[in-house]
Design a protein around this ligand. Structure first.
Ligand SMILES: [Cu+2]
Length: 145
């Protein structure tokens, strides 16, 4: 009986304990210049991601048409950390506003859910035509989901 109670308590505490992750905004990372690191991140519903202003002059902004229906968009200030909590499952595409042309983009998948992936891909196809470098970066992130 006591063991059952302890097991139950353990699983309940797992279910309600949200995690916090950090994504660095970098001038230079393992994947090249102007990158989010990690560029692809899996989180659970209710988890929080801190986009950390490791290097200056970057921000994190959700991309129009690249977040699930009902999800709240975000747009962080330059050179400042921003914290975003993900309550809606699905795939989220985001960018650094001043470096979007350099394909400074990232993907967060919430709850292993890819229901909006086809919509996101269609928008990404249009978006990548604006990239002046790293044209295949966003595609490669999406293909890694
Ligand atoms: Cu940037």
């Amino acid at each position: 009986m006591k063991n059952t109670f302890l097991t139950l308590t353990f699983f309940i505490s797992l279910a309600i304990s949200a995690e916090t992750y950090t994504v660095k905004m970098l001038n230079q990372g393992a994947e090249g210049i102007m990158v989010f690191e990690p560029s692809i991140l899996d989180v659970d519903v209710g988890d929080t991601v801190i986009f950390e202003a490791t290097d200056a002059a970057h921000n994190s902004e959700s991309m129009e048409g690249m977040i699930p229906n009902g999800a709240v968009s975000w747009s962080g200030p330059l050179s400042k950390d921003i914290s975003v909590t993900f309550d809606i499952p699905g795939v989220y595409g985001y960018q650094c506003t001043p470096h979007s042309m350099m394909a400074m983009v990232g993907i967060i998948r919430v709850g292993k859910n890819i229901d909006n992936l086809e919509t996101l891909k269609a928008v990404a196809n249009i978006k990548k035509s604006s990239f002046v470098m790293n044209q295949d970066r966003l595609d490669s992130y999406i293909n890694n989901l």
